[in-house]
Design a protein around this ligand. Structure first.
Ligand SMILES: Nc1ncnc2c1ncn2[C@@H]1O[C@H](COP(=O)(O)OP(=O)(O)OP(=O)(O)O)[C@@H](O)[C@H]1O
Length: 563
């Protein structure tokens, strides 16, 4: 699995302190300011043009601590970036104005570093997704997708592959501009494909990447790899950051994508996506290179223009409040509707306990969604719906979650059962909650007394239970093991920290009014599903550099001496 050398953000917990340029440091005609952020290769600074104060960003790639091989590899990446910047000029590609060499004898770690002077963005798409409410499109989602698709189409038309398309490499300018950035991995097509060094980021790599051999020239990369990455990114943009494949880590999501590509699991996109965007994303996520081939970046860009510009769609939200036709009401959900005191009324065709999802009348509730006349408090409805839609499994519906919450606390956010250590609207036992916790309201805190956090966490948990049930493990283990289908707080304890439960012994608490299908399920080893924000920005191993830098021809606002 690791033969490609692709980077897993989860692997990058440790970060050595990086040398920093002081504020006011002069690099040719620019003066650096505060640090914006760091990536695997270097650090990006705010900066301004001394002559007129124009804001720019300077990416500084230190070379000092690198061995000769590393220097050579970084040199190659910088050369690619420079060559690409020189040749490609497009409103949706970030401009590199100059490439300089840092002269700082008083800062040996940075002396000789390479500095790329670029247009300055206000944020990256990753920043926006990290701050977004999950389950709904980010502000300006359509504009962002149009810009990314147009930039990619321009690159492909010009015979380049980006090779590392991901939210961190989409920059958002001060006037709403959308720029593709980070062309270190961009490479020129030689006929139908090109070779890249074996890097890239797991979350946006196509499944075929894993079955490719990495030869001396690096891995083969084709435009269809960018199309796959665009499909993942579009799903994230339209759902506030949700990855289309389940898994709590980039590695797990990548395995899910491979399972799908092998044909052993269906593609389950977020239920809230509008149909035309859903189709487009499904096309981008066609399982292999050849089935993706018909979907060119130019074609995708045209489709997005059409979708986002068509009068039929104008004024319509990208994520409708309900997702008619995609949610199959399960037996558990039917029980949930009954528990909620709302009308069921949607059952046009009962088969084997399942219900077809035909919704015809305006007054009919959509299967799986909370009926208008139920007793679920208004304020909680969107919270519950968002939480349920985080689960890629169709059985986990808002109505099911609402029924569970009603059974647990009667929707009382302050509910407590101290004798069994159960608290809040979902009656979590705090120690168990910590092992599963999801930040449902995006406030940076995971609090079992916060209804959005407690409900989002509950969704993750029942999603996991559901998947486990479907794999048959639940049936194998049966009710004899501890837990017996109880809600999270009642599962075995004994786990601490970030590890998911699975090894505890004593079960606590009272059985809740769970749908029968959940009652016999016992947790075991974790397969976490749901929230799929990318992990922390990856910090790959120290990277290569050779100072083979040249001035960017044609585009320099001001030149730097070639080194
Ligand atoms: N031109 C720019 N203007 C403003 N911010 C930028 C600019 N270029 C990069 N950044 C920000 O600086 C930070 C570091 O960027 P950098 O490109 O070094 O790393 P990365 O893309 O996060 O990771 P890697 O390069 O390892 O793939 C990121 O937060 C990125 O959004």
């Amino acid at each position: 699995m690791t033969t490609t050398g692709a980077r897993d953000p989860q692997d990058d917990d440790f970060e050595a302190p990086r040398p920093r340029l002081p504020e006011g440091f002069r690099i040719e005609g620019w003066e650096t300011g505060a640090v914006i952020g760091s990536g695997g290769w270097g650090t990006v600074y705010e900066a301004r043009t001394v002559a007129d104060g124009t804001p720019v960003a300077v990416k500084v790639l230190p070379t000092g601590a690198l061995g000769p091989g590393q220097r050579a590899a970084l040199g190659e990446l910088v050369a690619r970036e420079v060559r690409f910047s020189a040749e490609a000029d497009h409103p949706h590609l970030v401009r590199t104005h100059a490439v300089c060499t840092v002269e700082a004898s008083e800062l040996p770690a940075l002396d000789g570093a390479i500095a790329l002077v670029m247009d300055r963005a206000e944020a990256s798409l990753k920043d926006v997704l990290d701050a977004a409410a999950s389950g709904r499109p980010i502000d300006g989602a359509e504009r962002v997708l149009r810009g990314v698709a147009a930039g990619l189409a321009h690159m492909h038309d010009a015979g380049w592959v980006h090779g590392d398309l991901k939210p961190a490499n989409v920059l958002l300018g001060p006037g709403g501009q959308v720029w593709l950035a980070d062309f270190g991995l961009a490479t020129e097509l030689d006929g139908t494909h090109a070779h890249l060094p074996p890097l890239g980021t797991l979350d946006h790599l196509p499944p075929e990447w894993w079955s490719q051999r990495t030869g001396t020239q690096g891995a083969v990369v084709r435009p269809t790899a960018d199309i796959w990455a665009f499909g993942v990114l579009a799903h994230q943009v339209l759902t506030g950051g949700l990855h289309p494949f389940p898994g709590a880590t980039a590695r797990a999501r990548s395995l899910s994508a491979q399972t799908y590509a092998r044909g052993t699991a269906p593609l389950r996109l977020d239920a809230g996506l509008a149909d035309d965007m859903r189709l487009l994303i499904a096309d981008c996520l066609a399982p292999d290179h050849s089935t993706r081939l018909p979907h060119t970046a130019r074609g995708i860009a045209a489709r997005i223009e059409d979708i986002t510009g068509s009068p039929r769609r104008r004024g319509r939200r990208l994520v409708p409040a309900v997702a008619a036709g995609f949610v199959v009401l399960t037996a558990g959900a039917v029980a949930g509707v009954a528990l909620l005191g709302g009308g069921v009324g949607t059952r046009d065709d009962d088969r084997d306990g399942g219900v077809s999802a035909t919704v015809t009348g305006a007054r009919r509730p959509v299967p799986g969604e909370i009926p208008a006349d139920s007793d679920v408090p208004e304020a909680l409805r969107p919270v519950i719906a968002r939480a349920a839609h985080r689960c890629t499994d169709e059985e986990i519906t808002p109505v099911l979650l609402a029924a569970l919450i009603k059974a647990e606390s009667g929707f009382d956010a302050d509910a407590t059962r101290p004798q069994s250590e159960e608290y809040g609207i979902a009656m979590w036992t705090p120690s168990v909650f910590r092992a599963w916790a999801v930040d449902g309201d995006g406030d940076g805190d995971k609090d079992h007394m916060s209804p959005p956090d407690a409900i989002a966490t509950m969704s993750l948990y029942v999603c996991w239970l559901d998947q486990r049930f479907k794999t048959g493990r639940a049936a194998e283990e049966g009710p004899s093991r501890a837990g017996r289908g109880r809600l999270p707080h009642q599962r075995p304890h004994g786990h601490r920290g970030g590890r998911r439960p699975g090894s505890g012994t004593a079960a606590r608490g009272q059985g809740a009014a769970l749908p029968r299908r959940l009652r016999a399920v016992t947790p075991g080893r974790t397969r976490a599903v749901g929230r799929t924000h990318q992990g922390p920005a990856h910090r790959s191993s120290p990277v290569p550099v050779t100072a083979a830098v040249s001035r960017t021809p044609g585009r320099s606002a001001a030149g730097c001496p070639a080194s």
